[in-house]
Write a protein that binds this ligand. Structure first.
Ligand code: FES
Length: 198
């Protein structure tokens, strides 16, 4: 079976799956090729290129969609309701201040990531790394926070540039008492790899 005929056969399926990657299209085309007893060996990448030439609409459909929604609506945080805003300020590595209005219950990792600040959060907020390390700038606010538990303290011990008021961003949850909190992002974070323990 010729490549164009294979495509004609495959195209309805491919169109129903607009997020297919080129590799996935290649795999599906290979399946079609193998399923056909009459098929001669077909180079799947040539087939994919032929699909692209014959079906620009398909190639457009499989491109990633672009979202123009505001950064604050990304991730796990929601914009605060009017009158319920809490304010937090991050001071980045260059010393630039970024102040955000956030909701009660948001944690500093989610806030930073939703606003494209440089906070890695390698473990996804499960208190198993120190890449969300922040330094609370005012002792008064540090004292208002619940004490770090043993897991957080263990991870903080591994943080680069640990200070008296260091916390893990994923463990600091915004409450009305913390309205006006200011934290600094450390100049570096340490992301331990399994190879570091060999
Ligand atoms: S993201 Fe890993 S401990 Fe906070």
């Amino acid at each position: 079976m010729s490549a164009p005929k294979l495509f004609a056969q495959a195209l309805p399926t491919l169109r129903r799956a607009p997020r297919l990657t080129t590799g996935a299209i290649g795999r599906r085309v290979r399946c079609y090729t193998q399923a056909s007893a009459a098929a001669r060996p077909t180079n799947s990448s040539r087939v994919v290129q032929a699909v692209a030439r014959r079906s620009p609409a398909l190639m457009r459909a499989q491109r990633r969609t672009f979202s123009a929604s505001p950064a604050v609506s990304h991730g796990h945080i929601k914009p605060p309701k009017p009158g319920e805003e809490l304010y937090v300020t991050f001071v980045d590595k260059e010393g630039v201040e970024h102040k955000f209005a956030v909701s009660k219950g948001d944690n500093l990792l989610d806030i930073a990531q939703a606003n494209d600040l440089e906070m890695e959060g390698a473990c996804g907020g499960s208190c198993a790394c120190s890449t969300c390390h922040v330094i609370v700038l005012d002792q008064e606010y540090y004292d208002k926070m619940p004490e770090p538990d043993d897991d957080e303290n263990d991870m903080l011990d591994l943080a680069f540039g640990l200070q008296e008021t260091s916390r893990l961003g994923c463990q600091v949850v915004m409450t009305p008492e913390l309205d006006g909190l200011r934290v600094k992002l450390p100049s570096m974070t340490r992301n331990l790899q399994s190879s570091d323990f060999k």
